[in-house]
Write a protein that binds this ligand. Structure first.
Ligand SMILES: NC(=O)c1ccc[n+]([C@@H]2O[C@H](COP(=O)([O-])OP(=O)(O)OC[C@H]3O[C@@H](n4cnc5c(N)ncnc54)[C@H](OP(=O)(O)O)[C@@H]3O)[C@@H](O)[C@H]2O)c1
Length: 307
């Protein structure tokens, strides 16, 4: 298949491109910097609304992962605008372009997040559960709605509601490894908040599953079937690293320093069940946290040694 990927330099995108190519697909990167476009790649500039539709003709699938990183900077008004616009406007740009093609792709797979559900305590949420409250919830609603023109044009649309994607190379796990390796890790706030996680290798396979399985459409929870509390996550990560992790970080200072980012990303509890993946018989390679972390760390160390 000829598969176009945005956000391909990111954590998920880089792994996805490698996996698609290893499976024999023609994975084509969309590149935002005109000076860095290699032969076989496609230039676009979501900020300026530039996308050459003719280059999209005849592709089989588009995977849209691009967006300003959610956790790298404080959520100032300007940063929230960037986070929002980089997702909503770029998704609208793609959905419109795809809907006008004479030879459109069969499927448009567009990122979203479990932030859709908001802070739900111990309640188990599924794809059909109602939306939550907060910046991330309304962002995800708009993000998913932005893909609608593609669906109205008869293209199968999948909204990937990613949980916390675990990889030592990026995202939350990379941030956690520094203090944990120094023995300075510990639960955040009460530690009772649920973390719905998925290993990078299962996340990538789930995306490929959504591309190739034509019964899958609409929102899909990209999480493992075994979410854990933050306290459990802390314990398991410390065990895998052979460190202690008893330095609890109280919620008060976290909120004072990181504000909304602390409330919605670190202290919010979202216990997500991957109903659609399980009903479609998706096979996880690492459905449990400890084996997943052990495999991720082992592969990371092996790759580092090989470099
Ligand atoms: N990783 C997670 O745990 C997680 C959880 C929930 C949701 N998600 C969502 O899934 C998607 C992929 O996640 P990821 O972890 O791979 O993200 P990431 O590592 O932050 O990568 C996102 C990519 O988007 C592009 N990008 C960055 N800033 C941009 C901007 N201002 N406008 C347009 N594009 C921009 C960049 O790729 P190029 O330079 O190649 O264009 C970047 O590498 C994101 O939309 C993210 O919000 C991820």
């Amino acid at each position: 298949m000829r598969i176009l990927v945005t956000g391909s330099s990111g954590l998920v995108g880089s792994h996805l491109i490698a996996a698609l190519r290893a499976k024999g697909h023609d994975a084509i990167r969309l590149v935002r910097n005109a000076e860095n476009v290699d032969p076989g790649e496609i230039y676009w500039d979501p900020e300026k609304g530039e996308l050459d539709s003719a280059k999209l003709e005849g592709c089989n699938a588009v995977v849209h992962l691009a967006g300003e990183n959610i956790a790298h900077k404080l959520w100032t008004t300007e940063q929230k605008r960037k986070i929002r616009n980089s997702r909503i406007e770029s998704t609208k740009l793609f959905a419109k372009a795809l809907s006008q093609l004479s030879s459109p792709p069969a499927v448009f797979v567009s990122a979203s997040a479990i932030g859709y559900y908001g802070d739900r305590g111990a309640e188990e949420v599924r794809e059909k559960s109602p939306i939550g409250i907060g910046f991330l919830a309304s962002l995800c609603r708009e993000w998913e709605e932005a893909a609608r023109p593609a669906q109205q044009a008869g293209i199968r649309v999948v909204n990937l509601r990613f949980g916390i994607v675990l990889s030592p190379e990026g995202g939350v796990l990379k941030l956690m490894l520094v203090p944990f390796r120094l023995g300075l890790g510990g639960p955040l706030g009460s530690g009772q908040q649920y973390m719905s996680w998925i290993s990078i290798f299962d996340a990538v396979e789930a995306i490929v599953f959504c591309i190739t399985n034509d019964t899958i459409k609409g929102p899909v929870n990209i999480v493992s079937p075994s979410p854990v509390t933050n306290a459990e996550f802390t314990k398991v990560l410390a065990t895998v690293l052979g460190k202690s992790a008893s330095l609890a970080v109280p919620a008060g200072p976290l909120r004072m320093i990181l504000k909304g980012l602390a409330d919605e990303l670190m202290l919010a509890s979202t216990r997500v069940y991957p109903e659609k993946l399980l009903e479609a018989d998706f096979k996880y390679q690492a459905p449990k946290l400890e084996p997943a972390l052990r495999r991720l760390m082992a592969e990371f160390e092996k790759n580092k040694a090989g470099k």
